[in-house]
Design a protein around this ligand. Structure first.
Ligand code: ADP
Ligand code: NI
Length: 225
């Protein structure tokens, strides 16, 4: 099907994918285009198994979820929702769709172990699951160390204990070594999946991370020698 004969929804999705691909192609902190592409693909798969999910809202939410992450915008939590709205407005998207996509972006982010982040829509629940699945498993390990390297963090320091961040402020200000991030966030995501399908996938990815950490800590002290 040529683009000119595609439905308005497909056109909006493909234009949004082009916009985001272009914007994130050279990003080096683990929030690159390939992360967005995986989240998009996984969210579509989850939505295909969820009859009540609207595919357009799910796909736009996935594509735009990191459009202006607070971590890279001075902690400004409104930067993402604002940028998504600006893009969708420029594309003359349906205002109701725009509202739903904006809510997903406002609600999706992890803000510390003690800070609940419920999603108010089924589409948001799927996109959050897809995003969190990409933070665990082998890809999750790679992304955590990519992020830590980007931020000049140490790999590990046994003298720095993990902290359960009970406020977003505390989570934002964290500069701990990367291994702490597993205990402060990544190992808890399995329990926080919204859908049974994502939880099943999370089991395997979680087991892989635990195995990685066990081996890492043994090697850290040369215990395997
Ligand atoms: P979310 O998708 O819930 O918003 P983030 O954007 O916080 O998650 O995280 C995106 C990626 O960056 C994840 O793979 C995450 O593990 C990694 N990351 C975020 N904060 C840290 C950190 N302090 N140390 C290591 N990796 C991190
Ligand atoms: Ni993401």
């Amino acid at each position: 099907m040529s683009l000119s004969s595609a439905s308005p929804d497909l056109l909006l999705i493909s234009r949004t994918a082009d916009f985001i691909r272009e914007k994130f192609l050279h990003e080096g902190s683990g929030h690159d285009w390939e992360h967005i592409r995986r989240v998009w693909q996984v969210a579509r798969r989850l939505a295909a198994q969820t009859p009540e999910a609207n595919m357009l809202v799910t796909e736009l939410g996935a594509l735009l979820h990191d459009v202006a992450d607070w971590k890279f915008h001075d902690g400004d939590e409104e930067a993402g929702p604002r940028a998504a709205r600006a893009w969708l407005t420029s594309q003359h998207a349906d205002p109701a769709v725009m509202d739903r996509v904006e809510a997903i972006i406002r609600e999706i982010s992890f803000k510390g172990l003690g800070v609940p982040t419920p999603m108010s829509s089924v589409e948001g629940a799927l996109v959050q699951d897809a995003d969190r699945l990409d933070a665990i498993g082998a890809i999750g390990v790679a992304r955590a160390f990519a992020y830590g390297g980007h931020k000049n963090r140490q790999l590990h320091d046994p003298a720095v204990p993990p902290v359960s961040h009970d406020t977003f402020e505390s989570y934002k200000q964290n500069t701990a070594p990367t291994v702490n991030h597993f205990y402060e966030k990544l190992l808890h995501l399995r329990e926080r999946m919204n859908t049974p399908a994502a939880r099943r996938v999370a089991e395997e990815r979680h087991a892989y991370m635990e195995q990685f950490l066990g081996q890492f800590l043994r090697e850290w002290e040369g215990e395997d020698v």
